[in-house]
Design a protein around this ligand. Structure first.
Ligand SMILES: *[C@@H]1O[C@H](CO)[C@@H](O)[C@H](O)[C@H]1NC(C)=O
Ligand SMILES: *[C@@H]1O[C@H](CO)[C@@H](O)[C@H](O)[C@H]1NC(C)=O
Length: 808
């Protein structure tokens, strides 16, 4: 495929480069796609199913690649050469249940591969022959042929394995053409008018391993047909109606013919309508042939059982099976029937679907190895204290009316060889107070599924059991004190109410566990440790709680290969909590942190400790709070500047800042402050430098303040003693305090103790208390930021500067 898509891509790209016509591309792609489809179908079978579609003709739109064609159950009445001609690949053709009346086999002349042709259940009366050789399966049964539809060309069908025929009369030597073939199975359906003529027919010419003859329905069996075919090992006879005259049924003669046959391993009778006495006669005959397996199914019985003795003499019969029996009256003593069956000296006996309510214990040591009494009305009293079934290995009492498990346990006590017991689909319960736990020690497989057992059943189990089926019961948990089952390999507890997976403490060999459809919400995590030998597990369809505890289970289950976990991941879904409901367990993820409380606490505490340590370290070594304050002031400054309209600011301003300081601090101002401000081209007003002579100090100060954008006060104890008095006066008289308030920058050069501020300096006190001031840091490393912050606070474009720049 990938080769093809590459090719497609290449071709497309190539073409698209060459031709720019859009429509043309589509044509090319379309052709390529069709080729791909063909390619695929070449690799596999091409099946076409047109059954039950109301067809009246073979459809014309079939793919030429069709290998299997199913046209069954339609209304097709003829097949023509033109229908079949194109289907040269056809191998299997199913035309059953149509209305075809005539067939010319030459229509398949060109279908050289055709090997399977089913024309059963049509209305065929005649066929025309044509030499074909390839048929392996040719079914012409259930048609309206009078004579057998065997032409001499059939003699060439050397590969024929199955041949289905139908006829209302068997002519002598009509089987001759196929006598030399070695067919596996022949089905011969005799039409309703069969058996008109007097002399008996014979099928002796046939060569087949299996012969199935279907007699006419509805009519009483009134003819003789020798069905003994020397090569046949299986003979099956269907539709036997003998109700009119007890023991005069012609079918008994047919059976007697079979008796003469030297070897007939298998005889099966289907759809019998007869009397009890005729049935017993049939069985008597079977008893004295040399057949080994005798099966009867779908029996409708009338009348009463007359005979008392059944030849329980030696027989070559090994297995007798009677299934699905309905009896119109049952008002005669049946112990006779029970006695006859229970005393048969055969190995296998099946009496299933017969509505029998009891069976007797064999009166002598019985050779029964296998008893299948499923689907009857048997009760707990069956085989009570029965000591003669010592060879019995397999017993099935499935689908009966068993109620008390204790009785079943007691029953098995005497069955010393019993290995397999099926008591599923009953109404069994087990009451614990019984101290009769006496299972047959030999039991290896026990099927107790579909009953009403609870967990108490685990306190009494056969000690050597290997396979235990307890599905569909009412088990809520597997108790601690279970019977120790060392050999248990397979445990099926599906469809119960278990809330957890079992541990394997008591089941040390457990290799297969089926526990789907229970109530397991938080499977124990130690399951995988405890059950090391698990090779197969089915635990889906449980209401899993998708919480932290489930992660271990999901991890373990996900790791096992899909051979081990049968139904992973599609049947393993979260049931709770709601946000996860319905999602697959394999897609459920939670972080390890949120699941582990200790880990969570440790992580939180650790990160808090680390944070605290970092903060402490930063504070101690880098004076973090100082930097933070600085940054904070800087941002505040920037914000404030942005908020004030520029024109208003620039009005009358000549200086960026006016600096006021004490003469004692002039060294710092001259060496530190001025150089750091002026190197950025900031205009500074100093009172020695810029004062106008003839004006008072206060007048000078006021003019300087008014021409400056900011006023910087270098605060120190000296400044307060010598300089501040001017400003108190200024602020008091000019009532400009609030307007000027924003324009003040206080640099705290040296700490000023509270007591050093005289009481009448109200403004200063307020300022010191409310305004954040810039504190001159003693560490050299902080000076850079200090200056930057200060410059930012006073830096604006002055109007005259702008004008100057414009002039130049
Ligand atoms: C009896 O039945 C069992 C189980 O179906 C089968 O395995 C066994 O071959 C049968 N034996 C005979 C002798 O038919
Ligand atoms: C037990 O019996 C039930 C039906 O009654 C069947 O479906 C199931 O496969 C049986 N179990 C075993 C282990 O054979």
């Amino acid at each position: 495929m990938s080769r093809w898509s590459d090719y497609l891509k290449n071709v497309c790209c190539h073409k698209m480069a060459q031709i720019k016509l859009r429509t043309f591309h589509f044509v090319i792609i379309f052709i390529l796609m069709r080729e791909i489809k063909t390619q695929i179908s070449d690799e596999s079978e091409f099946l076409v199913d047109r059954s039950q579609t109301g067809l009246t003709h073979v459809p014309k739109d079939l793919s030429l690649k069709t290998t299997t064609l199913d046209l069954s159950q339609n209304y097709i009445s003829e097949i023509q050469s033109s229908d079949m001609l194109p289907l040269s690949k056809l191998r299997i053709l199913i035309l059953s249940h149509n209305r075809i009346q005539y067939l010319d086999i030459s229509v398949f002349k060109f279908n050289q591969q055709l090997e399977f042709l089913d024309l059963s259940h049509n209305e065929l009366r005649t066929i025309s022959c044509y030499p074909t050789v390839n048929f392996k399966h040719l079914d012409l049964s259930f048609n309206a042929f009078d004579a057998l539809p065997i032409c001499k060309e059939f003699g060439n069908l050397s590969q024929l394995k199955f041949l289905g025929l139908s006829a209302t009369q068997l002519q002598k030597s009509s089987m001759q053409p196929i006598a030399h073939l070695n067919i596996s199975k022949v089905l011969l359906v005799l039409g309703d008018t069969y058996g008109e003529k007097e002399e008996p027919d014979s099928l002796q010419d046939l060569h087949t391993r299996s012969l199935h003859v279907v007699f006419p329905t509805k009519k009483e069996f009134h003819f003789i047909l020798n069905v003994s075919v020397s090569t046949a090992v299986n003979v099956e006879l269907s539709n036997i109606k003998c109700v009119l005259h007890d023991n005069e049924c012609r079918f008994l003669d047919v059976l007697s013919e079979l008796q003469k046959k030297p070897r007939l391993p298998n005889l099966t009778l289907n759809n019998i309508e007869t009397t009890w006495n005729t049935l017993m006669s049939i069985m008597q005959i079977a008893w004295h042939t040399n057949m080994e397996y005798f099966s009867i199914s779908n029996v409708k019985l009338q009348g009463q059982l007359g005979i008392r003795n059944f030849g329980s003499s030696a027989t070559s019969l090994k297995a007798l099976s009677i299934k699905q029996v309905v009896s119109d009256v049952f008002n005669f003593p049946q112990s006779n029937i029970y006695r006859i069956f229970s005393n048969m000296k055969i190995q296998n006996l099946t009496l299933s679907g017969t509505r029998m309510i009891h069976i007797l214990c064999p009166s002598q040591i019985s050779p029964f190895l296998y008893l299948d009494f499923s689907n009857n009305l048997l009760t707990d009293t069956i085989f009570k204290n029965c000591k003669t079934l010592v060879a019995l290995k397999t017993l099935s009492l499935k689908m009966n009316q068993l109620k008390e498990l204790a009785n079943v346990i007691l029953m098995t006590k005497e069955m010393k060889s019993l290995q397999q017991l099926d008591i599923s689909q009953n109404s069994l319960r087990y009451d614990e107070d019984e101290n009769t736990c006496s299972w047959a020690e030999s039991l290896l497989s026990l099927n107790m599924s579909s009953n009403i057992l609870t967990e108490s059943v685990f306190r009494c189990l056969p000690p050597k059991v290997e396979v235990l089926d307890l599905h569909s019961n009412r088990i809520m948990n597997i108790p601690e004190d279970v019977t120790y089952l060392e050999s248990l390999q397979e445990l099926n507890v599906a469809f119960n109410s278990l809330t957890d997976l079992p541990g394997c403490g008591a089941f040390s060999s457990l290799s297969a566990l089926i526990i789907d459809h229970n109530l397991v919400s938080h499977p124990s995590t130690d399951f995988f440790q405890s059950c090391q030998k698990i090779r197969s597990m089915k635990a889906g369809n449980n209401p899993f709680h998708c919480t932290c505890e489930l992660r271990e289970f999901i991890k373990n289950t996900g790791q096992l290969s899909s051979d081990i976990v049968w139904d992973w991941p599609e049947t393993y879904k979260c049931h709770y909590p709601d946000p996860y409901k319905g999602i697959l367990l394999k897609d459920f993820h939670v972080s390890p942190l949120s699941c582990n409380t200790t880990l969570l606490i440790v992580t939180i505490v650790t990160s808090m400790l680390v944070l605290a340590a970092t903060v402490t370290f930063l504070c101690l070594y880098f004076d973090l709070p100082w930097y933070l304050r600085m940054m904070c002031q800087w941002t505040q400054t920037l914000r404030r500047t942005r908020n004030i309209p520029l024109e208003e600011l620039q009005r009358n301003l000549q200086f960026h800042a006016f600096i006021s300081y004490s003469g004692h601090d002039s060294a710092w101002v001259k060496n530190e402050l001025l150089p750091n401000l002026e190197k950025e081209n900031l205009q500074i007003c100093l009172h020695e430098r810029n004062f106008v002579p003839g004006k008072s100090i206060v007048e000078n100060i006021i003019s300087c303040i008014e021409k400056s954008y900011k006023s910087i006060f270098v605060l120190s104890p000296n400044f307060i003693q010598s300089e501040w008095c001017h400003y108190e006066l200024y602020f008091a008289h000019h009532n400009l305090f609030h307007a000027a308030f924003d324009n003040l920058i206080l640099i705290l050069l040296a700490p000023i103790p509270q007591y050093a501020i005289p009481n009448n300096y109200h403004k200063l006190k307020t300022l010191m208390a409310r305004r954040t001031y810039l504190k001159w840091p003693t560490e050299k490393s902080k000076h850079g930021l200090f200056w930057a912050n200060l410059r930012a606070a006073i830096n604006i474009n002055l109007m005259n500067e702008v004008k100057e720049k414009n002039h130049t």
